[in-house]
Write a protein that binds this ligand. Structure first.
Ligand code: PKZ
Length: 154
């Protein structure tokens, strides 16, 4: 068992992503964890991440959060499906092949954002991840991501 996040296990050379790289000082540095069959990530938007309407969160960042949390979930899910716990074996590298976002309601600034993902399908190198993004206990956006595992030599 570990209290470290999925992203804490990315090797240094893959830890510079704007959304999830722990080594990107200007980045969001999101952290994702298992909560049973779901993965969770909590994030509070900085005040300057405002969207077109004052007081509401920028949709591009909503997409980024869903994207990066989905990528981390795919890596962790593959490890788990192969029978390993975090830290027992290096994570596989997954990149986003496709990302669909539905913006259901405006997302208020200054509130904790709660992301929850489930794996819908694991098929060979492809993992489909479904995510909800909530604030104040209401789902504000939904995402579905197709994540594809890169070969080790790429
Ligand atoms: C040791 C290291 C540890 C690392 C530890 C983790 C580190 C992780 C850090 C990074 C974290 C990033 C976090 C944010 C995620 C990004 O931001 S990634 C950046 C944005 N994405 C990209 O730049 C990807 C660019 N695209 C590509 O490189 C290639 O198109 C891909 C995605 C690798 C796929 O190409 P390919 O390998 O030739 O795959 P291909 O065999 O054609 O398809 C495989 C499967 O995926 C499906 N597929 C492929 N593309 C699509 C599509 N667009 N729509 C639907 N299905 C698709 C195919 O249909 C196929 O499915 P099946 O037939 O098997 O059912």
């Amino acid at each position: 068992m570990t209290d470290k996040a999925f992203q804490d296990f990315y090797p240094d050379e893959f830890a510079h992503c704007y959304g999830c790289g722990r080594l990107n000082e200007a980045g969001l540095q999101i952290k994702s964890y298992w909560d049973g069959e779901e993965s969770v990530c909590r994030y509070t938007p900085e005040p300057f991440f405002t969207g077109g309407f004052p007081g509401y969160f920028y949709g591009g960042l909503i997409s980024s959060l869903i994207d990066c949390h989905s990528a981390a979930t795919a890596s962790a899910a593959k490890l788990r499906a192969d029978g390993f716990a975090l830290g027992e074996k290096p994570l596989s590298r997954f990149v986003t092949a496709s990302l669909k976002i539905d913006f259901l309601k405006p997302t208020p600034m200054g509130k904790i954002i709660d992301l929850r993902s489930r794996v819908l399908e694991i098929k060979s190198r492809k993992i489909i991840v479904s995510t909800t993004l909530s604030a104040e206990d209401e789902i504000r956006a939904k995402g579905e991501a197709i994540m594809v595992q890169l070969p080790e030599n790429r």
